[in-house]
Design a protein around this ligand. Structure first.
Ligand SMILES: *Cc1c(COP(=O)(O)O)cnc(C)c1O
Length: 455
């Protein structure tokens, strides 16, 4: 691309595009990276620079970019039809994908409801759970509330923000949100009970059990991210926590909604995170990795019991009154089928364990750093928390924007990362090689030092 075209694109980006989760005043002062194409696990910008895609294009990418199986599936679907509605009509790829998802998912799940993003997948589960109890008669129609975990993130629509636990969003949007029952975050590095994991009996799980049991009569469901709270800063839950929450839900007839938007599709080492604790939820929300990072698609998987609760004559108004215009889009479903094909042909699940080991080895070198407070990892999801003081775990001043400085340094060294505050996130595509993962962590280590020096 010639330099005039490059200049014009960058200027027009600032003139016309409002970027998500971005302080645009800062953006206007930057020289933006504008992606033009990609090869494998590298993004290439309009200036011709190459970057390792260290966060899988916001946690979506699985097999790298321009994947043969997905390209072919989307191309073939384009030759048939790009979109037809699921409101009153079926479509071939949406049926085939639903069949495959149910075959992969925990045995408790038997129906697939499509939407377009992680937020809507959660929103759908919330509304289904709520309506299910409303249709169950007294006293169960009193089950109208949701319990959720502190610092959880379930998306940006009003319902999914309501069940999220990130204070910043809650303070701004509070008048719009519904109230929830809060469970403390099982965050071992900053334990809300001041305990040490090596010596504790999981007070976090005991507290969750008591809270859920106490509110069971009014709780429609518990909503949580299984094993790892991603956006909270890659908080890895202590082993056994999920199973205990699931057990108390089952014994008190509170539905369990698992948000696997980030953890699904082998991110944590198994196809779905909940498999690791043998948990079979009533709902699972899927998005991010579902199309291998190609197209926006989401799915809410529900159990047969929930589905049956909606059956009745039309006049009984048990219909699930929800659906988005592009629900079950054919191109997106075809991309998801291509993604699952690539999972099989590339033995991704087997590779994932090996790659998690490579990531752990790279991160181990960071663990001793004077300003690394904690290194947290589950499979190919990891976070490195930078702190001002390792003994007190004191955070750096917010205005220093250390995490942001680190990712700018990483960019100059050829890697795209995105921090969560001062937690440096690693979410490499499952297609990265061990060498590429080593390069990514080396770049991060150098970038942390360079950012600290710049303070
Ligand atoms: C990203 C994310 C969401 C929201 O997904 P969108 O597609 O951005 O709406 C929901 N839950 C979790 C756990 C996520 O990581």
């Amino acid at each position: 691309m010639n330099s005039d075209d490059v200049r014009r694109l960058k200027d027009d980006d600032k003139r016309y595009v409002w970027h998500p989760f971005t302080q645009m005043k800062d953006w206007l002062d930057t020289d933006p990276v504008v992606v033009e194409r990609a090869e494998g696990v590298e993004l290439i910008d309009i200036d011709g620079n190459r970057y390792l895609d260290g966060v899988s294009s916001l946690w979506t990418n699985v097999h790298g970019h321009r994947v043969e199986e997905i390209d072919r599936a989307v191309g073939e679907q384009l030759g048939k039809v790009a979109h037809s509605t699921l409101l009153g009509l079926g479509s071939v790829p949406s049926i085939e994908l639903a069949r495959e998802l149910i075959a992969l998912a925990p045995a408790s799940l038997s129906k697939v409801f499509y939407s377009d993003s992680g937020s809507t997948a959660v929103e759908v589960a919330l509304k289904m759970a709520f309506q299910y109890w409303q249709q169950s008669g007294a006293p169960q129609n009193k089950k109208v509330r949701f319990a959720c975990v502190k610092d959880a993130y379930h998306g940006d629509t009003i319902g999914s923000v309501s069940v999220g636990g990130i204070d910043l969003f809650h303070s701004i949007y509070k008048p719009l949100l519904f109230e929830t029952v809060e469970i403390p975050s099982p965050f071992c590095y900053r334990c809300p009970f001041g305990l040490e994991r090596s010596a504790c009996a999981m007070e976090c799980a005991a507290r969750a059990e008591r809270t859920i049991a106490r509110h069971a009569d009014e709780l429609a469901a518990v909503v949580m991210e299984p094993l790892v709270q991603g956006a909270a800063g890659m908080i890895v839950h202590p082993e056994g926590y999920l199973a205990r929450v699931a057990a108390v839900c089952a014994s008190h007839d509170v539905l369990l909604i698992l948000d696997e938007v980030a953890t699904g599709f082998a991110r944590t080492g198994t196809m779905f995170a909940c498999e690791q604790e043998g948990v079979e939820p009533d709902f699972i929300a899927l998005a991010k990795g579902i199309t291998g990072g190609y197209l926006p698609l989401a799915a809410t998987l529900a159990s047969e019991r929930i589905y049956e609760g909606f059956l009745g004559t039309y006049e009984s108004f048990r219909t699930f009154f929800h659906g988005h215009t592009y629900t079950g889009n054919a191109l997106a479903c075809a991309a998801a089928l291509g993604n699952l094909e690539a999972f099989r042909s590339r033995d991704v699940l087997d590779r994932a364990a090996h790659l998690a080991g490579a990531l752990a080895a790279g991160l181990e070198k960071l663990a001793g750093h004077a300003h690394v407070g904690d290194v947290r990892q589950k499979g190919l999801m990891a976070g490195v928390e930078l702190v001002g003081d390792r003994t007190t775990k004191e955070r750096f001043d917010l205005s220093l924007r250390l995490g942001h400085r680190v990712i700018l340094e990483a960019r100059a060294r050829g890697a795209i990362l995105r921090p969560l505050g001062d937690v440096i996130v690693f979410m490499p595509p499952l297609a990265m090689s061990g060498d590429e993962i080593a390069r990514l962590t080396e770049i991060a280590a150098e970038s942390i030092d360079a950012a600290l020096e710049s303070l």
